[in-house]
Design a protein around this ligand. Structure first.
Ligand SMILES: *Cc1c(COP(=O)(O)O)cnc(C)c1O
Length: 376
């Protein structure tokens, strides 16, 4: 069986988890959390990175920092993971869904402005498959309308747009270190605070509404309850696992990129004949090979392809059911403008197995099976 995903493991995980245990510090914000967040800050030139318990809670923190009032609106794509939406609905927001671009499957930046009302507070962008949204245009719209920009960069760790790391471009960025992501800690994530004005409040929200972080830096002499918050910090055991991945981040990235390019080359003829569509990486974007997908002719061809691969012990999977047509999406939001691409393009998309350590032999089996399906 060729799995769709295998969680990354580089070999040093047990050693670092053992070190965390031996140090008698297994709660949050110990040496491994510090190493990971400092690495992320340095590598991505990020102002402040705080590890969280998941990508979802990183989005929750970003949402809390936006200080939404009930009825405030958040513009986002409908083609995204539910967490991008839940984080805002949790705090009373209404969702306004905007169509995607068919080339990158990202929010169509040219359709955002028409969706803005006097209740709009936030633009949430999601960098699908680790390929950046058109951020210059989006930041310009946000600036002109005084909106905050949150990047759901859950899939975008190690990707960049015009030389800037994804997650560091908007006011807040959110990473996921779930086992299905390029770098993992089982369950975990990080919130990036790019606007320095929000750092102190972010630390307080993450520490259950207390000023514990300032206390440990010696900036206040009592540690006290000062605001709302929650416990958003992950255990050192998880951070130790993540450290083993970050240490080898380039090796993981290169391995994934190699597999991604092999898929792309293997299906180039099918794409040239118009039988399938392959992912597009715009010129300004450096991607991280989070995902390799094909787009079939339509839903029935995709269903047949998934079944064909399954019968050959290969797990290929489709992706998001558009949020605006989901029960909660109907309840909490509306679609602004026409759904020209969101539903149609998501119906065609199938993701192929891609993970760190995917062997050439296994990948060749996937490639051969897909080509057999198309009779080439
Ligand atoms: C994975 C993912 C999340 C959620 O991350 P978790 O760590 O699983 O909570 C949010 N948004 C997107 C786009 C994702 O891919």
């Amino acid at each position: 069986m060729i799995c769709f995903n295998v969680p990354p493991c580089t070999g040093n995980e047990m050693k670092y988890i053992g070190e965390a245990i031996a140090s008698r510090k297994i709660c949050g914000d110990g040496q491994f959390t510090r190493r990971c967040s400092e690495w992320l800050e340095k590598r991505f030139d990020a102002h402040k990175v705080l590890l969280t318990t998941s990508g979802t809670t990183a989005l929750d923190m970003a949402s809390l920092l936006c200080e939404l009032q009930p009825g405030d609106e958040v513009i986002l794509p409908s083609f995204t993971f539910s967490s991008s939406a839940t984080a805002f609905v949790n705090y009373g927001a209404r969702l306004v869904f905007v169509d995607i671009r068919p080339d990158t499957m990202n929010i169509d930046e040219t359709k955002i402005e028409a969706a803005i009302t006097d209740r709009t507070k936030v633009i949430l962008v999601m960098h699908y498959a680790g390929v950046a949204c058109e951020m210059d245009t989006i930041l310009d719209i946000a600036r002109r309308h005084h909106l905050l920009v949150v990047e759901d960069a859950a899939q975008g760790v190690m990707s960049s747009y015009k030389g800037k790391a994804l997650g560091t471009i908007g006011d807040f960025g959110c990473y996921s270190f779930h086992e299905t992501k390029n770098y993992s800690m089982g369950e975990g994530g990080a919130v990036l605070i790019n606007n320095p004005a929000y750092v102190e409040r972010a630390e307080i929200l993450r520490e259950k509404g207390t000023n514990r972080a300032r206390f440990f830096r010696g900036q206040v002499d009592k540690y006290t309850w000062v605001d709302i918050g929650d416990s958003f910090l992950p255990s050192e055991l998880n951070a130790a696992y993540l450290w083993a991945q970050l240490e080898l981040a380039d090796e993981i990235n290169n391995d994934r990129l190699r597999s991604w390019q092999r898929y792309k080359d293997a299906f180039a003829d099918l794409a040239a004949q118009g039988r399938v569509k392959l992912p597009v990486i715009p010129e300004d974007c450096v991607q991280n090979a989070h995902m390799f997908y094909l787009k079939c002719r339509d839903l029935s061809e995709r269903t047949a392809l998934i079944k064909y691969l399954r019968e050959r012990d290969i797990l290929a999977v489709f992706h998001y059911v558009p949020l605006h047509s989901a029960p909660a999406g109907l309840r909490f939001g509306r679609f602004a403008g026409e759904d020209r691409y969101t539903t149609a393009e998501s119906d065609r998309l199938v993701r192929l197995p891609l993970y760190y350590g995917l062997t050439k032999e296994d990948q060749d089996r996937v490639i051969t099976a897909v080509r057999d399906f198309y009779g080439v």
